[in-house]
Ligand binder design. Structure first.
Ligand code: FMN
Length: 156
């Protein structure tokens, strides 16, 4: 019987840099020492409430465009909010944002929606802000590894 915990990564990655960051999160989550966590990576337009209902923790990722999260991630929330509202309270989650120069509008929006859903932040969200830096990749890897390792250890 498959009793692995399920970690879902829902992330918008429209550029080479953001694809690298999404892969880094997944790579961290898939660290070889983490044995009992199954990682699924989906683009927001391919993800829906059924995926959220089936997972034990979720990491969201988005760019900031025009002061807000990507339309794709917003669409994911639009389709998932009410089907999940009564069923996913306390869901462990965190998120990362790739923002060319700000990120705060996106942060506020994600906080507002996930507060409404009553999801539980289990790791400080990551803001990859400004000119692209290779350091972002290590930070994303750590984010994925922390959440997956904590899930593996039964910490949430
Ligand atoms: C149409 C458009 C709007 C953008 N608006 C914002 C913004 O409001 N705030 C911000 O920090 N970055 C903004 N950016 C920059 C993106 O966040 C950034 O290009 C994206 O995260 C991809 O990162 P990359 O350029 O390193 O691949 C915008 C980019 C585009 C193309």
């Amino acid at each position: 019987m498959d009793c692995k915990k399920k970690l879902l990564i829902v992330s918008h990655a429209p550029s080479p840099n953001t694809l690298t960051l999404r892969e880094a999160v997944a790579q961290g989550a898939g660290h070889e020492d983490i044995e009992n966590v199954e990682v699924t990576v989906l683009a927001p337009l391919d993800a829906g409430p059924e995926d959220v209902l089936a997972c034990d923790a979720i990491i969201l990722g988005t760019t900031e465009n025009l002061g807000y999260m990507s339309g794709a991630l917003k669409d994911f929330f639009d389709r998932s909010y009410y089907p999940c509202l009564e069923k996913t309270q306390g869901l462990p989650f965190t998120y990362y944002i790739r923002a060319g120069h700000d990120g705060t509008g996106t942060q506020r929006a994600i906080e507002s929606i996930t507060t409404g859903l009553r999801w539980k932040t289990v790791q400080e969200p990551l803001l990859c802000r400004g000119e692209y830096s290779d350091e972002f990749e290590g930070q994303c890897r750590e984010l994925g590894m922390y959440v997956a390792a904590s899930l593996d250890a039964g910490l949430f």
